[in-house]
Design a binder for this molecule. Structure first.
Ligand SMILES: [Zn+2]
Length: 296
């Protein structure tokens, strides 16, 4: 039993949080998020596999303490119709990679494979297991900004799968940057914070931001200012809109750069960028089209 469980990325917790394995499931998932922020993708895969195992060990599926992931999933399948999609075949690559990482170590060459298995199996399987056996909806329980980043990453990854182009290691990059940004203040010395305050008082920060904005806009054909999804600063993200989509009266972000946190996306990540700004751009579509003379 754990009487005083502390969670960092969750705003609510399962009702059984003090029971054995339940806290471990959520805390292993939090470790997974930290490792994503540190770009240790193979270790992140091992952490989310541990989160899945802990959640299954917390269930009532006739498990034994030494059961591994494969056995636990088989037991889960035998008692839950909701788990039927997670058969042995579907989880083989994820389990094999976890075993390889845990027992033999890893190299940067494993990064892409790890991220793709996390997107394909790790995240959806953990969410399913938490819902089914801990009666806990992770999308509801996570702090809003992290839940949104995961939702955006999954939507972008699924869109890429539908197009047959789901390669790359960037799917959780915005989530990682968001976590790193949230930790920034802990690593600033007092003189740095004072210098920032001085820059605000004298207007230096404003001027630097305006110069940065002008510089970024020069490189963009259809710029638009949005709230940055990483540092959450209003109007700090300069977004490049897709010209062909604008011609078709659609507003789609393809690139962005933030004048505040410095995050800059790349063209190959455009499916992720599209999802990151979809909820901001869609409601103001008419005003964007008007400002570019494409609507009256
Ligand atoms: Zn930013």
């Amino acid at each position: 039993m754990n009487e005083h469980v502390t969670l960092l990325f969750f705003r609510s917790s399962p009702s059984r949080i003090s029971e054995d394995y339940v806290a471990a499931a959520l805390q292993n998932f939090e470790t997974f998020i930290f490792l994503i922020a540190l770009r240790r993708y193979p270790s992140a895969l091992a952490a989310i596999a541990a989160a899945i195992e802990s959640a299954l060990q917390a269930s009532s599926i006739g498990q034994k303490p030494k059961d591994g992931l494969q056995t636990l999933l088989k037991r889960a399948l035998s008692v839950s119709a909701a788990m039927s999609q997670w058969d042995d075949v579907r989880t083989t690559a994820f389990r094999d990679l976890r075993n390889q990482i845990t027992h033999r170590g890893f190299s940067p060459r494993d990064d892409e494979r790890s991220i793709l298995e996390i997107m394909k199996t790790g995240i959806p399987l953990f969410f399913e297991v938490a819902k089914e056996f801990l009666e806990f909806d992770c999308r509801e329980g996570l702090h809003t900004e992290y839940a949104e980043h995961l939702q955006v990453a999954v939507a972008a990854y699924e869109a890429a799968c539908a197009e047959g182009s789901a390669g790359g290691t960037f799917w959780l990059q915005a989530l990682g940057a968001s976590v790193r940004w949230s930790l920034k203040d802990n690593f600033q010395s007092s003189w740095e914070l004072m210098a920032l305050e001085g820059a605000d008082i004298h207007g230096d920060r404003y001027l630097m931001h305006q110069e940065a904005r002008t510089e970024i806009e020069k490189g963009f054909e259809y710029p638009w200012d949005c709230r940055c999804p990483i540092c959450l600063q209003d109007d700090a993200a300069v977004v490049e809109l897709d010209g062909a989509a604008l011609d078709g009266h659609q507003v789609v972000a393809v690139l962005f750069e933030c004048i505040n946190c410095g995050y800059a996306s790349k063209l190959r990540e455009q499916l992720l960028t599209k999802q990151l700004f979809r909820h901001q751009l869609t409601p103001i579509r008419e005003s964007i089209l008007k400002s570019y003379g494409l609507a009256t």
